[in-house]
Design a protein around this ligand. Structure first.
Ligand code: F0G
Length: 353
């Protein structure tokens, strides 16, 4: 991929940039679309993994944040606010500090992975923990933005969706057309909405001949779109998608229906198994929520609901280093210690004898 710097420069003519000249960017986008042959063998499909953890702050949020922050700066905002399960707050803090604005982040207390909290801290976020869940945080963030001089940078901000749709453009630009299926995790439902918008625009304008079926997956303990009603006390090991009232839920259901796709749920165990598979078999370390799309594909395959021979892209949304506690909690950390001697090290390795 031969790229300009960041998604706005690369896709400027497909983004609402009228009257805006100062861009806030950290060089997001152009993330790897990695062939995943072992995953493909398991699923009897040709599979690529869109590695969004390769973005500047380690998640797909940066694609939307460059747009939301560019717009906020153009509007003369001095401060931005977001509710977050972690990644949005990390991204908003980084992009706001780069733009010289104050980031205010509302987080559900005690439910943020340590790496993400560290990011908000080092980027100078004004961090306010809320004694409630993400849905409470989002309600407050909305009310703040309605009543005070602060811009909302959650994905209900349409500029976020505009930026995030560029991931679909990249997939088509690399593969030459849309895949048969695009699978991804669903939390607040902004990202599935954004991909669907991007694919539709590329079909309307020519680069793609068809749209993919959108396969969204939620965590079983936080699956309002599967259950058909809000969830008051969402719970899952995948804290990034611990959300009971997805703000863009209706748009996610429209993406599902218009694309002849589906939205299904996977258990925490299936999520952690998929995370382990990606790390140990494909060399891709993602956070738990990011493995939900892969977990969903495994589930469909095991239930005989995945036709063979399809071309599948699955988005993994965030970097595994953001939440090492969960990853390490499942394995025994096995290290060995010996004297500083090549012979002693060789003696431990069967292929050296
Ligand atoms: N994967 C990761 C790693 C996320 O952080 C999120 C959302 C999602 C998937 C779901 O995306 O909300 O667009 O459906 N994280 C938000 C946050 C809620 O605050 O960081 P979605």
């Amino acid at each position: 991929q031969n790229r300009l710097f960041g998604v706005i420069e690369t896709y400027r003519d497909r983004l609402p940039m009228d009257g805006i000249d100062q861009i806030v960017t950290l060089g997001e986008g152009a993330t790897p679309l990695v062939p995943a042959p072992r995953l493909g063998a398991e699923l009897d499909a040709t599979v690529w993994v869109k590695v969004e953890g390769a973005n500047p702050t380690g998640s797909f949020k940066d694609r939307g944040m460059t747009m939301a922050m560019t717009k906020a700066l153009a509007d003369g905002s001095k401060a931005v606010v977001c509710a977050s399960t972690g990644n949005t707050s990390a991204s908003a803090s980084a992009y706001a500090s780069r733009a010289g604005m104050t980031p205010v982040v509302l987080l559900p207390q005690g439910k943020i992975a340590a790496g993400k909290l560290a990011q908000a801290v080092v980027h100078g976020g004004r961090i306010i923990q809320i004694l409630g869940n993400f849905d409470d945080c989002l309600r407050i963030a909305r009310e703040l933005a309605e009543n005070f001089p602060v811009s909302l940078v959650n994905s209900i901000n349409p500029y976020r969706i505009e930026g995030q749709k560029t991931a679909a453009f990249e997939v088509v630009d690399v593969l030459g057309d849309a895949p048969d299926i695009h699978a991804l995790p669903v939390g607040n439902a902004g990202n599935i909405t954004a991909y669907w918008k991007g694919y539709r625009e590329y079909v309307a304008d020519g680069p793609a001949s068809h749209t993919p079926r959108m396969f969204g997956f939620q965590a079983a303990g936080a699956a309002p779109l599967v259950l058909g009603h809000d969830v008051n006390d969402p719970e899952t090991v995948a804290t990034a998608i611990r959300i009971g009232r997805p703000a863009s839920g209706k748009l996610a259901l429209a993406a599902r229906d218009e694309s002849e796709g589906l939205i299904d749920a996977v258990t925490d165990e299936q999520i952690l198994d998929a995370q382990a598979f990606l790390a140990a078999r494909e060399g891709i370390f993602v956070e738990p929520a990011s493995a939900v799309g892969v977990a969903g594909l495994f589930k469909l395959k095991s239930e005989g609901r995945l036709d063979p021979g399809l071309r599948i892209v699955v988005t993994v949304t965030g970097n595994g280093l953001k939440d090492i506690d969960t990853a390490l909690s499942r394995t025994t950390l096995s290290t060995e210690a010996v004297e500083a001697s090549t012979d002693q090290v060789a003696a431990l390795l069967d292929f050296c004898s």
